[in-house]
Design a binder for this molecule. Structure first.
Ligand code: MEV
Length: 318
């Protein structure tokens, strides 16, 4: 055993949150410069396994509920290693250090990103590089502890380096023409993904035709958005983002804070703006024409109350 390390990053959903739960396709963007790093250091035999993170520092065995997904990342990976040729793994105590720049509960995939980095760091202790499917399954095991029944979108986004097309659990990288610059802004209010997903489920039980038709239309927007990425059509992409925000609003997963930031971005001539992730708090995703425009949008968003903004781009570096 050696000191293992790994890194991952945040994500935002470009189009398809909520609709993906009902089988619609979705597009997820990696946010590669908002990073999580993890290291796993072997301790001497019999020592108590420990965790060091901003959420909790102390014994792994008595960690609070908030870090149970991280504990799962350690134990599930050691179990996997023990079953696949590393019988000593089950008994090896580790000190796991997590350093995350991804804000929690903001729709940026923090739980999946931490799970991705920790599982890979623990495997690295044994010199094992997890294959994509195994890594995904381990992240999803942690995500189920964190969120119940996640679609898997977050788990894909936090390890991707290009936009990912996600349809019926199958993923495909999207070839982007040109460069797209986004500004993500935090309302400062924790998102409530679990409640928002449950509220949509409730509405679906009461008015299935209404929700099904919104899901269908969001799926159509995801397909259109994919086309705009391939064609390098930023105006077209922005229009699909605006339309997605309106549809998500009809599902009642937006909030006053989200709508205010979306309005501020549009006031700064953003090409498109929408809530991203589960909603009812968390972040908005906006599209800029270029870096200079992104800086103006970020200023407008902070003036409107955003507690943090991140600029991220996909496609060719100009
Ligand atoms: C949350 O990031 C996205 C949702 O679509 C839920 C999911 O995909 O599991 C709201």
């Amino acid at each position: 055993p050696r000191v293992g390390s790994s890194a991952s990053h945040g994500k935002t959903i470009l189009i398809g949150e909520h609709a993906v739960v009902y089988g619609a396709p979705a597009l997820v963007l990696p946010v590669t410069d908002v990073r999580v790093t993890a290291t796993a250091s072997p301790l001497s035999a019999g020592a108590e396994p420990t965790l060091e993170s901003t959420v909790h520092t102390g014994p792994l065995g008595s960690a609070p509920a908030a870090v149970l997904p991280t504990v799962t990342a350690v134990t599930a990976t050691l179990r996997h290693l023990a079953q696949t040729g590393h019988p000593d793994a089950g008994a090896l105590p580790l000190h796991v250090l997590v350093d995350s720049q991804v804000p929690t509960a903001r729709g940026m995939g923090s739980s999946a990103a931490v799970a991705a980095a920790v599982t890979a760091a623990v495997a690295d202790v044994f010199g094992v590089a997890l294959d994509t499917d195994t890594h995904h399954e381990l992240i999803q095991e942690c995500e189920r502890v964190a969120h119940g029944r996640p679609s898997g979108l977050d788990a894909r986004g936090v390890v991707a380096t290009e936009p990912v097309w996600f349809a019926a659990g199958v993923i495909e990288p999207v070839q982007v023409t040109g460069r797209f610059v986004f500004v993500v802004a935090d309302t400062g209010v924790p998102g409530h993904t679990r409640e928002a997903v449950a509220a949509v489920r409730n509405r679906h039980d009461r008015a299935p035709a209404m929700v099904d038709s919104v899901v269908e239309r969001i799926g159509g927007l995801a397909r259109a958005a994919r086309g705009t990425l391939v064609d390098g059509d930023a105006q077209g992409l922005g229009a699909t983002m605006d339309a997605a925000h309106e549809l998500l609003t009809t599902l009642d997963v937006s909030s006053g804070d989200l709508d205010r930031l979306v309005g501020a971005a549009r006031g700064a001539d953003a090409l498109g703006a929408k809530l991203t992730g589960g909603g009812r708090g968390g972040c908005v995703l906006t599209l800029a024409a270029d870096d200079e425009h992104a800086a103006r949008i970020a200023t407008a968003l902070r003036t409107a109350g955003a507690t943090a903004t991140w600029t991220t781009s996909i496609g060719a570096r100009a």
